[in-house]
Design a protein around this ligand. Structure first.
Ligand code: F3S
Length: 387
């Protein structure tokens, strides 16, 4: 990969050890993917925040970088392993809380905005069409690529952090026009499907291909559920929706394979996700609930009575919760408003064995990352379990 004089200087350690390490990582990535050069990014979003997922090894990596490096572009942070204010109510141990807080402080020392949310595109880090990004968090980066028309590869946490420190990323993959074209057409034959389930059905058949949807017109909230599920069930990082997404071009699908998704496919996907009964935890907000979703949930629950003894989590960002105090008040009568974290990256396995959720993405990770049996319901189905 070609390096400018300034980039060579970073690589030789002239600008400090943290920047040298970051450059080294970018050069290794660039060489693997045969990138010709580095290109400037306008923002980064980082995963690898929960103490549960990065542990002591991750902390050492961050401590080494934080000695003398700083991010060069606006950079936001994925959910951590606990609510920073209500960690005791979540049953988090003092040791976990201490190490988690230290991780967040390392990121802050690097200049990262510790918003701890997987929906930065709703508030703290809003990309625009054509922006070059280095985003980790598969659901957020797929939303940015697809719904916004920004450009990012499916970064890992360390790669995104290195790009943030250097302010650049290797030019390969989804940064190039030729790699952003659709490779399979999805004809949705169900009116107004559950978009999380749709994402599950499509992700599991298309893998890492780029689907081009016909027959749906999702709003932002449905699109984020669709993006999250496809990224988890497959590894979709970019999709097009005819008449909706900025890069969807009907001329680009000539000669492509068509896959029809109807009731039968959605039902099969639903059946595969369900592995349990009688949830001890009922969790909504994967990806984090938006203001509109908080409003919709609060209006559905208004006037209803809480029932059942399962613990209930409404996972959202602190920023979103602050924008809707009335909804927070209503929802708090039915469960906990959990900020900064989610049902996957919090250590829920220490307290629960079965979790119910309306997120296909969460259903993919609950068994493996949280040792949970899973109950999948749509939003109304979950609300019936608690009211
Ligand atoms: Fe977000 Fe956690 Fe789901 S990071 S997308 S709520 S798994």
């Amino acid at each position: 990969m070609y390096l400018t004089k300034d980039e060579e200087a970073l690589l030789s350690g002239e600008k400090g050890e943290g920047s040298r390490k970051a450059m080294e990582l970018l050069v290794a990535l660039g060489d693997i993917f045969e990138a010709p050069r580095l290109i400037p990014i306008s923002s980064a979003h980082l995963s690898g925040v929960s103490y549960k997922t990065i542990a002591e090894g991750g902390i050492s990596f961050l401590e080494e970088l934080a000695v003398d490096a700083k991010v060069k572009v606006p950079t936001t942070l994925n959910p951590a392993g606990m609510d920073r204010e209500k960690w005791k109510e979540m049953g988090i141990s003092p040791r976990f809380a201490d190490r988690q807080q230290h991780i967040i402080e390392c990121y802050e020392a690097l200049g990262v905005t510790a918003d701890c949310s997987c929906t930065p595109f709703l508030s703290t880090n809003i990309p625009r069409k054509g922006d070059t990004l280095a985003w980790a968090e598969s659901s957020a980066l797929s939303f940015a690529n697809s719904m916004v028309g920004a450009r990012t590869n499916r970064e890992g946490g360390p790669g995104a952090l290195a790009a943030a420190i250097v302010g650049k990323t290797p030019e390969y993959g989804l940064h190039l026009d030729e790699n952003r074209k659709p490779s399979v057409v999805i004809d949705v034959e169900v009116e107004d499907p559950d978009h999380s389930l749709l994402g599950q059905a499509v992700g599991s058949v298309v893998g890492s291909r780029i689907p081009y949807f016909r027959g749906i017109r999702p709003d932002t909230d449905r699109a984020k559920m669709l993006a999250a599920a496809m990224a988890a069930a497959g590894s979709v990082a970019l999709f097009h929706i005819e008449g909706v997404t900025p890069e969807a071009d009907p001329r680009s699908i000539k000669g492509l394979e068509h896959i029809a998704i109807g009731k039968r496919e959605l039902e099969a996907a639903r059946n595969k996700l369900n592995t349990g009964n009688d949830p001890e935890l009922i969790a909504l907000g994967c990806p984090h609930l938006s203001v509109e979703e908080m409003r919709s949930l609060a209006s559905k629950l208004k006037g209803r009575k809480r029932r059942g003894d399962a613990e209930v989590w409404f996972c959202t960002s602190r920023c979103t919760a602050a924008k809707c105090p009335k909804e927070v008040e209503v929802l708090s009568r039915f469960g906990n408003i959990v900020c900064d974290t989610c049902m996957i990256v919090a250590p829920i396995e220490e307290r629960f064995k079965t979790t119910a959720t309306n997120s296909a993405k969460a259903c993919n990770y609950l068994p493996t990352l949280c040792s949970q049996k899973v109950v999948f319901r749509d939003t109304d189905g979950l609300l019936e379990l608690i009211s």
